[in-house]
Ligand binder design. Structure first.
Ligand code: KIV
Ligand code: NA
Length: 264
């Protein structure tokens, strides 16, 4: 009983036990994923796309994310809830990072935070860890840097792979308890996973990571349009939900619903 902790995550790596992380942004889905036994839920800044309809994760603010974190914490009594630090809320200084992370713990009720970057955010990671805040790093295709990358493309190829490995080592050294590896070559992610004692959480990073993470709407087939190749749709919720809405609308317009059994 009690929530998943950093000790559980460490123990899983020691046992070689792989596990799945999902994003969550609201109380209903958080409750479903918690009941399904997902041990770690991420209130990702991907809420920029999935909740708020922005084109990138760059615009979302701390004030937009905190209410979602609160909802997920309320809905999921067993999972560790990780809050993403949005773009611009931690890069300026370790002090800024601590002030932001403290808001996610105090106002949001999160148990951990995640931030993007390697060498450039080590002082931030050290400060958060020193304050007693569990931190997840995030390397590879870090979407907050989309404008610097010039689009969403595979990161860590060739020489950049050595830089990523060094960044992963320094995040571990700085005290992070896990690191997300996003859209990087599988053999690089395997190397990082083998070298680190902290857990790697892959998304488009092959089969050898200690854990995997997906945006839940991608996982459940709710997202429309073509998906990146790393996405597997484990359900077709978009079709199911559209059919339900159509059937409901149809029955209302034909006077089939509600009937006497739905009435008082
Ligand atoms: O914001 C997010 O959903 C993420 C995961 C996909 C890793 O950062
Ligand atoms: Na994110």
């Amino acid at each position: 009983p009690g929530r998943t902790t950093v000790r559980d995550v460490r123990a899983a790596k020691e046992r070689g036990q792989k596990w799945a992380m999902l994003t969550a942004y609201d109380v209903t889905t958080a409750g479903i994923f918690d009941e399904a036994g997902i041990p770690v839920l991420l209130v990702g800044d991907s809420a920029a796309n999935t909740v708020y309809g922005y084109e990138t994760t760059v615009p979302i603010t701390v004030d937009e994310l905190i209410p979602l974190v609160r909802a997920v914490v309320r809905g999921a009594p067993n999972a560790m809830v990780v809050a993403d630090l949005p773009f611009g809320s931690y890069q300026a200084s370790p002090e800024q990072a601590l002030a932001t992370a403290a808001r996610f713990l105090k106002e949001g009720g999160a148990q951990a935070v995640k931030l993007e970057g390697g060498a450039r955010v080590l002082p931030q990671v050290e400060t958060l860890v020193a304050a007693g805040i569990p931190v997840i790093g995030h390397l590879g295709l870090t979407p907050q840097s989309v404008h610097a990358f010039g689009g969403y493309r595979v990161q860590g190829r060739d020489q950049a792979g050595e830089v990523l490995l060094a960044d992963a080592r320094s995040l571990q050294e700085a005290g992070a308890f896990a690191v997300v590896l996003e859209v990087v070559p599988a053999d690089l992610a395997a190397r990082v996973t083998k070298e680190l004692v902290i857990s790697t959480v892959g998304i488009g990073a092959g089969a050898d990571c200690d854990a995997q993470v997906l945006v839940w709407q991608d996982m459940a087939g709710l997202t429309g349009g073509p998906a990146p190749r790393f996405v597997k749709r484990f359900a077709d919720l978009r079709t199911a939900l559209a059919e339900a809405a159509t059937a409901y609308s149809d029955e209302v317009s034909r006077g089939v619903y509600p009937t006497v059994e739905h009435s008082y």
